[in-house]
Write a new protein. Sequence first.
Length: 274
Amino acid sequence: MLTISQLAAYAGVTVRAVRHYHKIGLLPEPDRDRSGYRTYNAAAVVRLIRIRTLADAGVPLARVQELLDAAPEDFSGGVEEIDKELRAEVRRLQDTRKRLARLAAGDQLALPQSVVDYLDRLRELGMKEQYIEMERDAWIMVAAQVPELIDAVIAKKHEALRHPEMLKLYRIVNEALDSPPDDARIVEVVDILERIMVAAVHAGEAGSYGLDDKLVTLMDTAILEVSPGAERVLALLEERGWKGWTRIERVPTERLAELTLRPSHDVGRAVDEQ
């Protein structure tokens, strides 16, 4: 007859593990001797070794009892079922690890891959991280409200980045991001923005992707907080008859006609290439 410590040593487990198996019913508790000590026989050693073997193989303790009591023909099926469940859990954990790895990069938090790729493209163009962060936060809000539209919107943004006018705008904004409101480049930014707005109106793309009014205001405000010159940009646009840039709220028909007729602005080609 064996004591609990001897039983644990034979089976290669700890005394604490033996007591736990008693508690959850996997290993029946033996009778005690006259001194009040538990005593174990060979059958207890065999059962404990089988418990340890199944547990070491990854079988959840909740399923060990089922397998221990299964008939030979049922044991194999039970093991296969548990293996299937474990493989599914492994895939889930691998997916979780992949998501965590993406989150560690920063941009992947609450953003679809299409937006992450777009932000990477802006980095390739040399845009400052200060600007990237502003765009990222804006896209997080857009993706949360209209997730079904985000990929199509980003595809149009990629198309726009192939246009020299848009690339020029990004370059100037990047250089003048921290410049004061009286920076001479502010007017150039407004000129380009207006031409882009005209092209968007002609192309029927002057909306705000179905965003509600509060979110449009919030996104415009976020831009004002990032750049000292952003408020002057909006003011100059309003002087010319435009209001807002997340959504074009008022379209001045006389400005549309005037700018459309100016060959130097090449608005017609801009519209075609949008």
